[in-house]
Design a protein around this ligand. Structure first.
Ligand code: NAD
Ligand code: GLY
Length: 359
């Protein structure tokens, strides 16, 4: 069992990483919450079919009164309408402020459940049980919760930390391969921004990681969560430093928006975004050709997309200006200096951007 702590004063919490953790969920929740509390598991039908019984049995054995809410699959259900349906169901189940929500799924379930937990009765505790690689290394840690708005993704939300994160490595065995690779893009990101040793480790163990070797998975998930935990401890509300996590996301978000969030997965867009952020770093003299090439090569070896889809450079630049992370329409880039070292850069000329995006 790997145990990490995210230190946020009285909102600190642990991240536990191990095999077969679902069966121990009841035990870990009972250390935090009163016996007989109502515990509501929020999940999707396919995850419920695969693992619901294991999780719920463990919670019931620990004495909790449980209910399961199924949310249909898809990003479009990360919505206010779905949150409202959940409020109704929580009230029907007589939930009170001591009730606990368990987000059991990928980032869609984590973000939606976290948002409902932040707002139901002005805030009830919630636990993250992430089941995709992306949610295990990124979205379950750090307290960003949100639903989407017709005008854009994640526009309605709150910073609201979970009370515990339980990462059961066994759940990755059923994750579709393309979803797994999409999560790896975020792991590569942590290597680029903060940890050259992680980046090298990924390069040495590509085949074993893709074969879901438990020890390798455990190592990369623990290292990623430790990096994210440190960043969040330093800048929980993203006033400044937390933007480091946006490496590859500036261009990535623009690709997602321009392809209506349907053609690519988030991690795939981040993969392409990291390659172009590397090239931009090289073009602006922040890093060497070799650094940029190493990013490209690792992304490619993990089978992630490497090429920009057929989009006009102007459209990408415009989408980056409209992103909610841009301030006064100024695009903020996270550029790489060396593997493991980044720099925030704001003033990149449109000509340079176009040159990199068009090559
Ligand atoms: P997802 O939640 O849509 O899950 C992807 C698919 O995998 C779904 O169809 C799901 O049912 C299925 N699935 C999940 N676990 C499975 C398992 N163990 N076995 C088989 N199938 C399984 O996708 P995601 O990539 O986990 O999350 C994307 C969401 O996360 C986006 O909404 C994004 O905005 C959000 N996000 C949030 C943060 C944050 O900090 N809060 C960070 C990154 C991304
Ligand atoms: N996924 C980026 C962040 O949590 O800040």
């Amino acid at each position: 069992m790997k145990r990490l702590k995210i230190d946020l004063g009285d909102r600190s919490y642990e991240i536990l990483i191990a095999q077969n953790l679902l069966a121990q969920a009841g035990e870990y929740l009972s250390r935090l919450f009163r016996p007989q509390s109502r515990v509501v598991v929020v999940t999707q039908p396919s995850i419920n079919r695969l693992y619901g019984e294991k999780l719920v049995t463990s919670l019931q054995m620990a004495g909790f009164r449980t209910k399961t809410i199924e949310v249909p699959e898809g990003e479009q259900y990360k919505s206010l309408q779905e949150a409202e349906k959940m409020f109704d169901q929580l009230l029907d189940f007589s939930c009170d402020r001591q009730s606990v929500l368990v987000a059991f799924g990928g980032g869609v379930i984590g973000d939606l459940t976290g948002f409902v937990a932040a707002t139901f009765m002005r805030g009830v505790p919630f636990v993250q049980v992430p089941t995709t690689l992306l949610s295990q290394v990124d979205s379950s840690v750090g307290g960003k919760t949100a639903v989407n708005h017709p005008k854009g993704k994640n526009l309605i939300g709150a910073f609201y930390q979970p009370r515990l994160v339980l990462i059961d490595l066994d759940t990755l065995k059923t994750l579709p391969a393309d979803e797994f690779r999409a999560g790896l893009a975020e792991v590569i990101k942590y290597g680029v921004i903060k940890d050259a040793a992680l980046f090298d480790y990924l390069g040495v163990h590509v085949e074993r990681i893709l074969a879901l070797d438990t020890d390798r998975l455990s190592h990369i998930i623990e290292t990623s969560c430790a990096i994210k935990a440190k960043v969040v401890e330093l800048d929980e509300k993203e006033t400044n430093y937390r933007r480091i996590l946006n490496f590859g996301h500036t261009i990535g978000h623009a690709i997602e928006a321009l392809t209506s969030y349907t053609a690519f997965k988030h991690g795939e867009c981040v993969a392409i975004g990291m390659i172009y952020a590397g090239r931009l770093s090289k073009e602006t003299g922040h890093c060497s050709e070799e650094v940029s090439r190493r990013i490209y090569s690792l992304v490619k070896r993990f089978g992630l997309p490497t090429d920009l889809p057929d989009l006009a450079a102007e459209a990408i630049i415009e989408a980056m200006r409209l992103d909610k992370k841009a301030a006064d329409q100024k695009i903020m880039f996270v550029l790489v200096k060396e593997i493991g070292q980044i720099e925030f850069v704001e003033n990149i000329s449109e000509m340079t951007l176009r040159k990199v995006l068009e090559n």
